[in-house]
Design a protein around this ligand. Sequence first.
Ligand code: FAD
Length: 372
Amino acid sequence: MTNDKILVTGGGIGGLTAAIALRRKDFSVTLVEKSPEWPASGVGIIQQFNVLRAMQELDILDDYLAQSYGFDTTMGFGPRGDSLFSFKAPRLAGEHLPSNVGIQRTSLQNILAGKARELGTDIRLGTIVEKWTDTGAGVEATLSDGTSDTFHVLVGADGIFSQTRQALFPQAPQPRYTGQWVWRYNIPRPAEVTGIQLYYGRVNAGLTPLSADLMYLFMLSEEPVGFQFERDNACTMMHKRALHAAPQIQRLMDNVTENAGVVAKPLEAIFLEEAWHKGRVALLGDAVHASTPHLAQGAGMAIEDAVVLADELATGDAPDLALTRYRNRRIERCRFVNFNSLAIGDMQMGKRQDVDPAEINRQCMTLMAEPI
Ligand SMILES: Cc1cc2nc3c(=O)[nH]c(=O)nc-3n(C[C@H](O)[C@H](O)[C@H](O)COP(=O)(O)OP(=O)(O)OC[C@H]3O[C@@H](n4cnc5c(N)ncnc54)[C@H](O)[C@@H]3O)c2cc1C
């Protein structure tokens, strides 16, 4: 039990989960989020049994399951829409729980932010850390709302372009663009889409159920460095990229009619192999290991980081020791997800021939089933 104060920067999936996990261990938590409103956009996310296990540990599983769509089946299709495979993933979080869920990002954010607040997190939207100094005895921080305080530990959960990382490790590698963009759109869920469907060929695409009546369509494209997304032309751009997709995807593209509904993002990645902290300042989630969505585990890794970080800090050991153990417990899983997600993307772009996505997925499942 401790009353030590922790400052978390970033109210994304990682930062909010860290606030919950730290409150569960009785830390006093202040969370600052630079956006004046909760930032998640309206598309969905896939999460796997290891996330269900973490949600169970954080005691938010019921809320989470109530707002998500659980499924076990993964189906694969070839370029002409022909069925390649169908399998049921094992229920590794327990027989009573699905193997995977699809959930809208806004729903996930509402659950996490609601629980963090309910547990007493001091959440400040539209606020950043203007200045911090690690004195050795604590982290003195001045916030943009004019307040200052001294914290036991500062947690940088401020995403792939983390300012905390930049200040902590200015020589660290910068995020890099992988060569792919992903295009997503929420559409009505046909009754037959009861699990994830993956479509391979010249265009790699897929469908993920999110609720009784909603799913999202995602599609990857290869784009040059400097590619410009045009919001006013978004549907046309997405339709152009779907021209050689499997027939099922082409038919569903009829639903893509609103420029505002298209969510297009470049895939970018970063991985810090060495220290994930210095003194009393630690990094978490995409700030230290952002990967591409090919294994659908980026947010899962941020959530697990949060659980392990709170666990280690709650030992009461000196921050340097606790944060070293945090990184050591996380590195293997996060490295696997990062390197192998990038490898699958490279294979899709024809840059590598030695990559077997089915084998990577099998290994990923085995590793994720291990305790964290
Ligand atoms: C296209 C795409 C699809 C994906 N699909 C999946 C999926 O299906 N499954 C999965 O598990 N993962 C997926 N991921 C990965 C997942 O989205 C990320 O790993 C996850 O969101 C990381 O959470 P985070 O909290 O570390 O960072 P972020 O979500 O980036 O949150 C960082 C937060 O910090 C805030 N912030 C930034 N700077 C500051 C500052 N200076 N001060 C205060 N606040 C600041 C930002 O506004 C933001 O709210 C996907 C990623 C992409 C790009």
